[in-house]
Design a protein around this ligand. Sequence first.
Ligand code: ZN
Length: 164
Amino acid sequence: MGRHRRWRRVDFLPPVSYFKPAGVRLAHLEEVRLRIEEAEALRLKDLEGLEQDECARKMSVSRTTFARILLSARRKAADALLNGKAIRIEGGNYEMAVRHFRCEQGHEWEVPFEVMVKEPPRLCPTCHTPRIMALWPWTPGRGMGCRGQHLGGGHNRQENPRQE
Ligand SMILES: [Zn+2]
């Protein structure tokens, strides 16, 4: 896979990933797909009220890129609200700000985003076993099985760390 991906830093995953308008039958429902980094852009700019510069820095993207992500996010949210569509929040090119890892011996450690996108860990720093797995930041000890439907494309990197 020669596809080059640009990773956006995300501090937060929405607790609910699907919104559906009341009174519309599923068969007739159109769906808008909001990417995780788009949800993060809405959160930083519209919920936290940060300046665009700061939002861009937090997500590790240029100002122009942030503006584009935000515009796309707002357009999708407006489309869903005004046209009665469902919103599914998933996928995208993102990495969590801090990722927890655990090895088969039970050692746990953290890898910051900046390191993660350059060089995902291959060995436990304590016992040097390559048998390691990624954990969600807020569920240490539960392993990869609990990652839910937030996954999408952003995490292929985790599952196939060696692919080019
Ligand atoms: Zn270890």
